[in-house]
Design a protein. Sequence first.
Length: 439
Amino acid sequence: MDSGLAAQQGWTLNFYDFQRRWASVESLVSGVDDVLTRARRNGAVDGTPFFIDPWGRADPLVNAYWRAPRPGAMGLKIDTVRRYAYSLKVWLDFLHAVGARWDTAARDELAMFKQWRLSAEENPDAISPSAFHVDRAAIRRFYEWAAHHRPVDNPVRVRLIDRGLDGVTAKEVLEGTPSAVRRADVKWMTPEAFRLWRNLGLRGFTMDGLPADTWQGRTEDRDTAFAEGLFGTGLRMGEWSSQLTIEIPASHGAGLFRGQLSAACAKGAVGRRFWMRRRVAQLVRYYIDDGSRAAAIARAQVAGRYEHVQGRWLLRQVRRGGVIEVVDDLGRLRDVHLDAMGPPASDEAVSGGRRRPGTGVVVVERRRYAATEEGLVQDVRSRQYPGCAGDGHREWAGPIVVSTAYAAAFFRVALVLHCDLRCLASDQRADDKGAARLP
């Protein structure tokens, strides 16, 4: 490849997609079997990044990092892996542009990279200081792992500051930390504001509370259930979108339900129980059992989309204790614990596969996300009724704001409980005083 053309192209980043059928490369490279089979043997999974340098060669150390245990990228959430991969690509492209190799980069290159990344004058795609934290974290973690396999220095150095009188280090900071970083930008939404946003943006109502004539929503039951779930459970978007249909409780009975978030889908890989309002269960159950989901599945069946899904499992039985019995794509009968099923390992719509006539078996894909978190969010935003931002009303709410609005609702509940407890304690003290005056 011409060096001038290589300098313009930079590094190439792709992600393994085991749902696709890759063309054979046997005619190009003899002795190489199926690409995906070879990738699996090397430890790659669905979504694992792989890099190709500007000269068309795969760097073995850069690619091995994504398949290596800590401090490698193995075990990170899929969204974190993708963010780190894009950050590392920008870093590698920058080093290529300035004529430096990644295994010889030092603190000077990091300082230049920081200045270019944050400068609006030098970089048309400049980022915020808080976003640079992700770049720096990705670079530091990669070099921490690479140092175990090659004599390289980490360009992200640790500086010791604020030594006490006893000589013990009081604080450590990382070089390259940008200043003026906003630690949080939380937008609060009251329950009344949430209901207004839901009715206008997702259900197509006007400010007067009437259905809009121009509304053409087709999946408002799904979008409303998703938004209500964020508000009614307090889960993060990725956590809520990972819930299986068999994990949604029946909508009758108690006013609050206890749900279980799997460790493989929870932030920090720590599973936990959570509360779900009955309204959330009702809306989700309506979408699953009687809403637009059945029609969408029927259209997919007619189009034959499920036939092209690779790695499908047949759900045979749901057992107690969070265990399901499945037949995997190789015909093996397996018991799988739901707590170990992360986004790449199961399907959000377990009962949404193709039901074979005469059997109780359901065809499922090995994924928790029938639609990814990003896809759900973008789809909800794209279907928002324009009246949310029109008529002089600036649209600022979104799924993230709805999720944080749960905290406001929880604060209100806690405040009411606190007031009730204070009144109860006051009444109890009055009763105690009255009882003391009795003969």
